[in-house]
Design a protein around this ligand. Structure first.
Ligand SMILES: *[C@@H]1O[C@H](CO)[C@@H](O)[C@H](O)[C@H]1NC(C)=O
Ligand SMILES: *[C@@H]1O[C@H](CO)[C@@H](O)[C@H](O)[C@H]1NC(C)=O
Ligand SMILES: *[C@@H]1O[C@H](CO)[C@@H](O)[C@H](O)[C@H]1NC(C)=O
Length: 502
């Protein structure tokens, strides 16, 4: 081996490691289009960033803590969250802006539409609904169910009017719905629809009211207000591909009479361009009237019915070049997003029959059972009737909505599963819909009171199986309903699993 070739290899190594070391926002800065908002609960988006990534609040005492990267430019210290949130529930209260502009995201308040909170605000996301690894290190994303959302209506440095901006976000390509609107980006400062062109945000999902792409979705589109655009106008753009990867990079950029949608698998490959052209010619979109607020998980008018998962995203000033976006995609691929376990605590075996015993003092002879379609708790013992034993026995199935979790089929009513509806647990026949699958999927965790398992809803991860007045719900700790009461929450949501009575 000549010294010349080993010198060349050394240079290549330096070039590679400095590319990996530069964060997405370093790359946008190098490209002349710096980040003016940089949000991520999973990692620092600048190579030198060591500040807080996000804040969590725990249910046991309402105190908060900040989660920072393990090292400059590194992955979030998930262990600090796990320790702070042990034996209680945790919500994400703030997603900090790493750009220095103070554009933090907090609980979205009521706009034209109200959220589920008593004051009309949206819910906060669970801190534990979206565990992943980056380069093998655990981190948590932001799992947004319908009703949750974040915003900043007083952002600074964001694009206004027809000014140019770019955005990308890394999302879960398997978590979406057809409702309006799982967005990340620029929106109205009033949380009301103030007209065409008053927002410009990344949308992800299967909404078909305005634009569509090829296949059945989900698609990356742009929410430009009063329209989700897959291309030049509302309607179908066959170039806007359906997404099937678990992790998705979604990018939208817009400037005077031009805009583009680009996307990719976030763990491999390069960005594809799904649209690259002029503004819609319907009135109001050229020029644009962007207002510069920032939203996550909701529409510009606080439409809160969509769902999705956000891992990281930024907004820039200026129209990023295709080359800059390509280098950001390479950086995201190098971060190596991967799935990790969604469950903890005593393991469940698919195909086995189980019974779930309550652990709240005074209720420990009661088991999760059903009377018709109502899921409740009943006193069951070895001397109970066969009918009651069957009502209190459940066959563990692979999760209908996510194979990393579980579904519970009735022992006496084959084809019927425990699902939640309006946050009550029901026994319903599997109707084969995506909504049923998701409402019937649960991810057991180590019991919050230290006993057995707490059975968390996959699609509403702040919610767990809870008995309340001997009826079963999916309850959130301190939520708006009576069955969400904080008193005895940990006990009411902890169940000891044993071999089924039947
Ligand atoms: C936390 O705050 C909520 C809302 O203010 C309140 O209802 C709840 O009782 C508090 N919990 C504790 C443990 O202080
Ligand atoms: C987008 O369109 C512009 C203007 O026509 C062109 O310069 C650019 O190369 C296009 N980008 C892609 C990725 O197609
Ligand atoms: C508006 O744009 C659409 C899609 O590009 C095009 O089909 C239509 O002809 C345009 N209308 C006018 C009036 O320019």
């Amino acid at each position: 081996m000549s010294s010349r070739s080993s010198f060349a290899r050394g240079l290549a190594l330096v070039a590679t490691s400095s590319l990996v070391a530069a964060g997405p926002c370093d790359l946008y800065a190098t490209g002349g289009t710096p980040c003016i908002a940089a949000h991520s609960t999973t990692r620092a988006l600048y190579s030198s960033y060591t500040g807080p990534l996000y804040q969590v609040k725990r249910g046991s005492d309402n105190t908060t803590t900040n989660i920072a990267p393990l090292s400059a430019g590194g992955v979030a210290e998930a262990a600090a969250q796990d320790s702070f949130c042990a034996s209680t529930t945790c919500l994400i209260t703030i997603i900090y802006d790493q750009s220095g502009h103070g554009n933090h995201l907090t609980q979205a308040s009521a706009g034209a539409f109200s959220g589920p909170e008593s004051n009309g605000a949206d819910n906060l996301a669970s801190a534990t609904g979206a565990p992943v690894t980056l380069n093998g290190q655990k981190a948590y994303g932001v799992f947004i169910p319908p009703g949750a959302g974040y915003s900043n209506n007083a952002a600074s440095g964001t694009a206004t009017g027809d000014a140019a901006e770019g955005m990308y976000s890394v999302l879960d390509g398997t978590h979406y719905n057809a409702e309006c609107c799982f967005d990340y980006g620029n929106a109205e400062v009033s949380s009301h629809d103030t007209g065409n062109g008053h927002m410009e945000a990344i949308y992800f999902g299967t909404n078909t009211i305005w634009g569509t792409g090829s296949g059945s979705g989900p698609w990356i589109m742009a929410d430009l207000e009063n329209g989700l655009f897959s291309g030049a106008s509302t309607g179908n753009n066959p170039d806007d591909a359906s997404i099937s990867s678990r992790f998705v990079t979604a990018a939208v950029k817009g400037g005077p009479n031009k805009w583009a949608i680009r996307g990719a698998n976030a763990v491999s490959g390069a960005l594809s361009t799904y649209y690259n052209g002029t503004r819609p010619n319907a009135s109001g979109y050229n020029p644009m009237s962007k207002e510069g607020a920032i939203i996550l998980g909701i529409g510009g008018d606080n439409s809160p019915n969509a769902q999705g998962t956000f891992y990281e995203g930024v907004m820039t000033t200026g129209y990023p070049s295709d080359a800059t976006e390509n280098s950001v995609q390479a950086n995201i691929v190098a971060a190596k997003y991967a799935v990790t376990s969604l469950t903890s605590g005593p393991a469940l075996t698919v195909g086995s029959s189980i019974s779930l015993r309550a652990t709240t003092a005074g209720y420990t002879t009661r088991y999760l059972a059903h009377t018709g379609s109502t899921v409740n708790t009943q006193v069951v013992s070895s001397s109970s009737t066969t009918a009651l034993k069957q009502q209190a026995s459940w066959t563990v199935r692979t999760g209908l909505g996510n194979s990393a979790c579980f579904s519970f089929e009735s022992k006496d009513t084959a084809g019927s599963y425990i699902r939640h509806s309006a946050f009550q647990l029901l026994l319903n026949a599997n109707d084969g819909t995506k909504a049923f699958y998701e409402d019937a999927t649960f991810c057991p965790q180590t019991g919050l009171n230290g006993q057995g398992n707490s059975i968390r809803s996959w699609n509403y991860p702040t919610r767990y199986f809870r008995h309340f007045n001997n009826v079963a719900f999916v309850a959130s700790n301190g939520g708006v309903d009576a069955f969400d009461a904080t008193a005895s929450f940990n006990d009411d949501v902890s169940w000891v699993l044993s071999t089924g009575f039947a």
